[in-house]
Design a binder for this molecule. Structure first.
Ligand SMILES: *Cc1c(COP(=O)(O)O)cnc(C)c1O
Length: 395
């Protein structure tokens, strides 16, 4: 048989971590990497964080799973905390980001259905967005590499240029029920929405009686230095999808909504077997214990500024580096060459894990609890990697 026992949908690289400690990963031979990828913005307390691992261990031994047919004090406690910490009045827990987006889209649909506008079933999304890999979520992007081979896809989304408010306004008609947007595009290349764009979408949504749904799966949960990125824009959504960091490595996602936006999400309209099980809630609660503290968030902001300043100082020394963008500890280093090749080089030859993104950007997504020494080490490794990097010849 030629096919791998693991369905070969990922072009996996040579790194095979078996252990993690803080901001470092180790393979079976003891080889070490500085992990500034964090499982793609997931391990926001690094690896083996004692508060998180103890919470999971304790809950695993007490009660791992019960059906959502039963009451869940564990889920209620985390939902209550999230509603206290955010704009939201109600929360649905999922196991992944794509499922959180699915719930978000269903919430918007159900709102218009329940309020007598079932024709408003479409949503406006934005170029280079990434909302996940399910059939609904790949139909919400224009990224060819996600859609190819899976068309025809449901025609529920119109994809518009990102940060183009006039295009968004012009696209609203009676079939549009809302916007779905990442405040900072992650996979698309660490592209922040402009303040005018996000605020403008809020204004348009209010004017047309439609909903603003944010995808904070990557930029949420402290990553940018506030609990959620939209706080820094002064823009409040009606619905928001969250995942990645919120379980700190345990699979958890959530769809948060205002009471009004959740009008249609009544008993029987949605569900998930695992979503919000006690083990997931223990992880989520432990992450929030640490990340939702104002002092911790202030530290993330300060570290983000120091990392950004250090990167900016390094840029003029290397033709490879163009500029830095992003917010907090969600930074993108724009290259003048292929970022995928550079990420592989830094990983293989300099022991530094980062993630490539669209637009030849190197995504720098460290754990949020790094210290000064990790920032220095990252910049030293990037600098050494750039000095040794042979720009691949164009094909
Ligand atoms: C990763 C991601 C998703 C999908 O999350 P999964 O857990 O992989 O399903 C959705 N939106 C954004 C912005 C993401 O970064």
């Amino acid at each position: 048989m030629a096919i791998s026992p693991l369905m070969p949908v990922y072009p996996r690289c040579e790194v095979e971590p078996v252990r993690g400690e803080g901001a470092y990963l180790y393979d079976a031979n003891g080889r070490q990497w500085l992990d500034f990828a964090s499982g793609i913005a997931v391990n926001l307390l690094g690896h083996g964080h004692p508060h998180l691992t103890q919470a999971i261990q304790k809950q695993a031994a007490t009660l791992m799973h019960v059906s959502n047919l039963y009451g869940s004090p564990q889920q209620m406690a985390v939902a209550r905390r999230l509603t206290e910490l955010t704009f939201a009045d109600t929360v649905f827990f999922t196991n992944s980001g794509a499922e959180a987006i699915e719930c978000t889209v269903k919430t918007v649909r159900a709102y218009h259905y329940a309020t007598g506008n079932p024709q408003k079933y479409r949503m406006l999304t934005f170029s280079n967005a990434f909302h996940g890999r399910t059939l609904a979520t790949i139909s919400a992007t224009d990224q060819e590499k996600l859609r190819k081979g899976f068309e025809p896809l449901p025609d529920w989304f119109t994809v518009l240029p990102f940060n183009d408010l006039a295009a968004a306004e012009a696209a609203i008609d009676d079939s549009i029920g809302g916007f779905l947007v990442e405040p900072i595009q992650g996979e698309g290349g660490i592209r922040p929405a402009t303040p005018e764009f996000l605020a403008g979408l809020r204004t348009l949504a209010d004017k047309h009686g439609i909903l603003l749904a944010l995808d904070e799966v990557q930029c949420g949960v402290g990553r940018t230095g506030t609990l959620f990125a939209h706080e820094q824009y002064g823009v409040t959504p009606d619905v928001m999808a969250v995942a990645k960091g919120i379980g700190g490595g345990f699979p958890v996602g959530a769809c948060l909504a205002t009471e009004k936006a959740a009008t249609g999400m009544v008993a029987g309209t949605h569900g998930s077997t695992y979503g919000g099980n006690p083990l997931a809630m223990a992880a989520c609660g432990a992450v929030l214990d640490v990340v939702a503290e104002p002092a911790f968030l202030a530290e993330v902001k300060a570290k983000g500024e120091r990392l950004r300043a250090a990167l900016e100082q390094m840029i003029p020394n290397h033709d490879l580096f163009d500029h830095v963008r992003g917010m907090g500890l969600m930074l993108g280093l724009k290259l003048t060459a292929d970022s995928r090749a550079f990420v592989a080089h830094a990983r293989s030859n300099h022991g530094l894990l980062t993630v490539a993104a669209g637009d030849n950007v190197v995504r720098i997504l460290p754990p949020l609890n790094i210290d000064e020494s990790h920032i220095r080490e990252c910049v030293e490794k990037l600098s050494a990697a750039a000095a040794a990097f042979q720009v691949p010849k164009a094909a």
